[in-house]
Ligand binder design. Structure first.
Ligand SMILES: [Zn+2]
Length: 288
């Protein structure tokens, strides 16, 4: 359905048939197979939280005979493999893991080897150059379901399908409409929240040294390490930075400093509050 209703320039110009660059999901084979079928070009990553949670459950399951005293260190090693920043570091951790546990736990060996074959879906070292915007978990979607359950349904579970439909098209609609109007009307509560999303450390960037380049929306931002003379390149339009944090499109202190110095709204931080953008929010909320 998405393929038929979205316009040809959907997904930032990639088109409704090509679809998004990447997906981040739980390890649900039904969902993942459907995504592969519809959007074979999309990269399907796994949510770090769910991968670790599933592994934790596996080692704490008494059927798998993992000794109590080994569980914590197996889990810690697994985390190191997942979070390793380069493939060399990941391989080193993996070989250490093998040597330490494989001989005493054949079941773990079997289980982990299957996971290892799929490491390009879950290991962070495979993601460093992907535009994940710093997201390695699908918390956004969990949060929107949280809103649906806590606020829209007010934690009531007894709705029949007709009522569920009613709540989604009326109450949920109203909730998001009010949110958007809050931004459109500069409701102060939203700005207090938005400020918290500026990355810690942006105040330490020397704002006087930030320079605009000849390229539109591009800035050179000095490193916060003293006297290195090193500059990172920030692009405020696409919300990226050449530093290790911002390279995936995640918010970083350099982007925060640019945003504050030039009063530019950025995808990663404060929503734009220019009169034109506020008119657009109102239009989306009210449909007129
Ligand atoms: Zn940066």
């Amino acid at each position: 359905m998405l393929k038929t209703i979205l316009p040809p320039h959907a997904f930032y110009g990639r088109g409704s048939q090509t679809g998004p660059i990447l997906f981040l999901t739980d390890d649900s084979s039904a969902e993942r197979n459907a995504l592969e079928l519809c959007y074979p070009k999309g990269i399907r990553l796994l949510c770090t939280f769910h991968i670790l949670q599933a592994f934790w459950r596996w080692i704490y399951d008494s059927k798998h005979n993992i000794k109590k005293e080994d569980r914590a260190s197996i889990m810690a090693k697994m985390k190191k493999i997942v979070y390793a920043s380069s493939s060399t570091e990941m391989d080193t951790c993996y070989f250490g893991f093998k040597q330490e546990f494989y001989h005493s736990y054949p079941q773990l060996r079997k289980h982990f080897e299957l996971l290892w074959e799929r490491r390009h879906f879950w290991a962070h070292s495979y993601r460093s150059e992907l535009p994940t915007r710093g997201n390695n978990t699908n918390n956004y979607i969990e949060r929107s379901f949280g809103i649906l359950k806590d606020i829209v349904f007010a934690r009531t579970q007894a709705f029949n399908p007709v009522q569920v439909f009613q709540f989604i098209i009326i109450n949920m609609e109203r909730f998001y409409e009010r949110r958007l109007l809050g931004f459109a009307n500069k409701h102060p509560g939203h700005l207090i929240i938005a400020k918290r999303f500026l990355c810690p450390g942006w105040e330490n960037v020397n704002a006087n040294e930030i320079q605009r380049t000849n390229v539109a929306n591009e800035f050179l931002v000095p490193s916060t390490k003293q006297d290195t003379g090193f500059f990172y390149t920030v692009n405020s339009e696409i919300g990226t930075c050449s530093c290790a944090v911002g390279i995936s499109g995640a918010p970083c202190k350099h982007q925060g400093a640019v945003s504050i110095k030039f009063c530019i709204s950025m995808f990663n931080f404060v929503p734009s509050l220019t009169p034109d953008d506020r008119m657009i929010y109102t239009y989306i909320a009210l449909g007129r």
